[in-house]
Design a protein around this ligand. Structure first.
Ligand code: ZN
Length: 410
């Protein structure tokens, strides 16, 4: 997935946590494919025949049955894809925040976020409506200010359908889907849409490789220098780890998704996708490489918490805490040393924590730096988990004995 830059991985500066988490939160959730809910009793599915891209409206009502303010998981109210498969709409609740999003025009995202104060048992009206490049979101007929209209990743291919949530935390009802909208198209939105360049990573991934290096296809690199650097990175990987990676794709900044930075691990093709300006950065390359290896081995990703070997060290489940950023920032500042989290995303998700650790280990190695402070009892940076995590990286083939020895010695 597209990740934040990990350059500040050790020197923690709390000022950037808020924007980072909010972007990460809206974005990470967006990476959960609709199909992940395919056999899910939490939804009532219906046909998307009347759900039209470019112009339409979804209206329903919601009633909270439980206080969700302490529940740090996201809870979908509706997930839907237009009848032609070209647009997606979803509305979900996390803690005291309701978020609505529309994906359209290949890679654009219009997002809304608002704190709700619904009393238990009280019905409230929810409406999302769109016309061309413009989208609006209403709660109880009050317009919610838009959080952003932005470039995003390419829209995932999903099946046209409307998935309406079922939950014991809330009741929903009176779903109405219209093929029309009363809003007008804003000219600024239209201009934004016209000027947007979608990444179209699928096209780039189909290009013929410039080189096959140790079974890894190198794609779309602008010059030999950067390709050689990537090859030097590949040379550092233990054999099994390198064998999990099928390709590395370079994407020009102008074409890379704008909502994240650095890189992406593409699960369909087991390819590392690097944004041009970060392509030579080891924290990005090895971070995304770790995601690929983890996708193959399931140490942290794609397994339930109680079966995740990494979670056994790092702590429980992948909470998207950004709805209450103040609370998360405070908790993170207090606990990150003890928990062995190198960056906020690690506190969010075990699989991110694993990737961040892998990126950090290689970065330390390449910069001739030592993690010894973090591994020495009594040092302010010490946690027993730091050693457990580094040992895990060695035992599971994320790093070689040579790298382990070097970063863990003075
Ligand atoms: Zn990541």
């Amino acid at each position: 997935m597209w990740d934040q830059k990990h350059r500040t991985v050790i020197k923690l500066d709390l000022r950037w946590i808020k924007p980072l988490l909010l972007i990460l939160f809206i974005f990470l959730y967006s990476l959960i494919p609709t199909s992940a809910f395919a056999i899910d009793e939490r939804f009532t599915d219906s046909s998307a025949d009347g759900l039209h891209s470019r112009q339409g409206t979804i209206v329903f009502k919601v009633k909270m049955l439980k206080d969700m303010s302490m529940d740090r998981h996201t809870h979908s109210l509706i997930l839907s894809t237009s009848s032609d498969g070209s647009e997606m709409y979803d509305i979900f609740i996390i803690q005291n925040t309701i978020v609505a999003r529309r994906y359209f025009s290949g890679c654009l995202l219009s997002a809304f976020s608002k704190n709700y104060d619904f009393k238990l048992g009280e019905w409230h009206g929810v409406k999302i409506t769109w016309n061309g490049a413009s989208t609006k979101f209403y709660i109880d007929n009050q317009e919610v200010p838009r959080y952003s209209l932005s470039m995003s990743h390419d829209l995932a291919k999903t099946i046209p359908e409307i998935r309406f949530a079922k939950s014991d935390a809330y009741d929903t009802g009176d779903l109405l889907v219209l093929g029309s909208s009363e809003i007008t198209v804003d000219s600024a939105d239209r201009t934004f849409e016209l000027n947007a360049t979608c990444p179209r990573l699928d096209e780039l991934l189909k290009e013929s490789p410039q080189e096959d290096y140790k079974g890894i296809r190198l794609l779309h690199f602008p010059d030999q220098v950067i390709r050689d650097k990537i090859k030097s990175f590949i040379d550092l990987l233990p054999e099994d780890f390198a064998g999990s990676i099928k390709g590395v794709l370079y994407v020009e900044d102008s074409r890379a998704p704008k909502t994240g930075e650095g890189g992406e691990a593409n699960a369909d093709t087991m390819t590392i996708i690097l944004k041009g300006s970060y392509a030579g950065d080891p924290t990005v390359f090895f971070h995304e490489a770790a995601h690929i290896y983890d996708m193959k081995k399931h140490f942290a990703i794609g397994v339930s918490d109680d079966k995740s070997e990494w979670t056994a060290i790092s702590g429980p489940t992948c909470y998207l805490k950004a709805a209450n950023v103040d609370e998360f920032s405070k908790e993170f500042a207090e606990k990150h040393v003890q928990a062995g989290f190198l960056a906020p995303q690690g506190g969010e998700c075990p699989f991110e924590d694993l990737a961040i650790w892998t990126g950090a280990a290689y970065d330390y190695y390449l910069k001739n730096q030592s993690m010894i402070d973090m591994l020495t009892p009594g040092n302010p940076k010490y946690s027993v988990k730091n050693k457990q995590k580094l040992d895990f990286l060695l035992q599971k083939g994320f790093i070689s004995q040579n790298i382990y020895n070097k970063v863990s010695s003075r």
